[in-house]
Ligand binder design. Structure first.
Ligand code: HGY
Ligand code: MN
Ligand code: MN
Length: 410
């Protein structure tokens, strides 16, 4: 590959959701997401791909092979971002797939197997809490009840089902989006590492061996709102002080339990939320991850114990709801060896590693042979406007992806 359009495409797609501080806010199914999706669909059509939207509003572009009945090789990732996120998370994987298709099309190369590029809907799960939504629906791993789905709305009261319909999906028929794993020969995702490992080692390519997995909760602590001046400390039932103890306990438990575990409280809401009122209710989110499932379970058990004890001592009520749970996954050894072989033949240094971030690839890996290619994140920064990956690393990533695909579509 000697010319790359991906840098131009990145700039164009990232007009959608550009923020004043130079980051990207392209929440799932938002106007910004719609604009980016349209740009990608136009590119797919420009390079002769058949494009369809499934019931979960996933975009599936197909570059037909010479034997259409053979299982497809699939490249996929996402276009939606976190609020005030970066320019590469997800979108780099989609555009890398398109760059590979462009090279095949412009050199009249067609494998026996078709090559698909998929944009999975709502990977991040920030606006609507169904993380890895599109890939989970596609592989039959989405099991929320219709009663919940049809009422799911964002903070502005916009319903999920309405947004999916607007993008051409059929939320009431999500089950029709399910694909037979035998239709997919292999799945590949190129993604930024979002951590510091590749940067620290000065290596351009990471070959992912396993993906650490999040379990997420919402904890609601209920005390009694009271006058900040007239209520003696001993009479208070202050849920925010309780939350503070629990958050620090989370950090301690995670550090004590597993070196590969992480725990985050990313959201906290205090009500009524006035300077002179002792909080009545506090709601906070938990995101706990590990590649070691037993250790993650241990952390959750210990956290629940602390929540019970703190609420007993402070006379608080609580509600602790699990909102997302996926297990850690190891990727296909043959796919790992194939990518390793490609890197060796191309004399591109590569290391094998674990992904700390979650990806659609972790859903796919439970159903089809899956491989992931990482490129470095400068300073390990991601989910942040300063997210940056060097062009030369992107080019290497796309070339490794392209060579891996050439072997798979034969
Ligand atoms: O949360 C994650 O790991 C990913 O960014 N969805
Ligand atoms: Mn992300
Ligand atoms: Mn991502």
């Amino acid at each position: 590959m000697n010319d790359f359009l991906i840098f131009h495409w990145l700039k164009e797609v990232n007009h959608w959701g550009k923020t004043p501080e130079g980051g990207i806010s392209r929440l799932a199914f938002s106007q910004e997401d719609k604009g980016a999706r349209k740009y990608v669909i136009d590119l797919m059509e420009e390079y002769g791909m058949e494009v369809r939207i499934d019931e979960a509003a996933n975009i599936i572009g197909k570059y037909a092979g010479t034997e259409p009945d053979l299982p497809a090789v699939v490249i996929g990732s996402h276009l939606d971002s976190v609020p005030s996120g970066g320019k590469y998370d997800g979108v780099l994987g989609v555009l890398s797939g398109l760059e590979v298709v462009r090279h095949l099309a412009q050199n009249n190369i067609r494998g026996r197997h078709s090559l698909e590029v998929i944009v999975f809907s709502n990977e991040e799960g920030c606006r609507y809490p169904y993380t890895l939504f599109g890939s989970s629906v596609m592989m039959g791993d989405f099991h929320k009840p219709w009663e919940e789905i049809k009422n799911m709305q964002d903070e502005q009261g916009i319903k999920l089902v309405q947004e999916i319909k607007e993008l051409g999906g059929k939320p009431e028929k999500l089950f029709l989006a399910r694909r037979n794993p035998e239709q997919i020969k292999a799945f590949l995702e190129l993604h930024i590492e979002q951590g510091l490992v590749l940067e620290d080692k000065g290596v351009s390519i990471g070959i992912v061996e396993g993906i650490s997995a999040p379990i997420r909760f919402v904890l609601k602590l209920m005390g009694s709102a009271d006058h900040a001046g007239a209520t003696p400390m001993v009479l208070r039932r202050d849920p925010l002080m309780g939350a503070s103890e629990i958050m620090l306990a989370l950090e301690r438990i995670v550090k004590e339990t597993s070196v590969t575990a992480v725990g985050t409280v990313g959201q906290i809401n205090v009500s009524p939320g006035a300077v002179n009122i002792i909080p009545g209710t506090v709601t906070l989110s938990f995101d706990i991850r590990d590649i070691d499932l037993a250790a993650r379970n241990q952390i959750v058990r210990n956290l629940e114990k602390v929540i019970r004890e703190v609420c007993q001592t402070r006379d608080l009520k609580y509600d602790f709801q699990e909102i997302f749970n996926i297990s850690p996954v190891m990727l296909d050894t043959q796919m790992i060896s194939l990518i390793e072989q490609v890197c060796q033949e191309m004399e591109i240094p590569a290391i094998k590693m674990i992904s700390g971030a979650a990806h659609d690839a972790m859903v796919m890996a439970n159903h089809v042979p899956t491989g992931m290619i990482f490129v470095p994140s400068v300073a390990g920064i991601s989910h942040n406007p300063s997210e940056y990956t060097r062009n030369e690393d992107i080019m290497k990533g796309v070339e490794v992806l392209g060579q891996t695909v050439l072997r798979l579509i034969k």
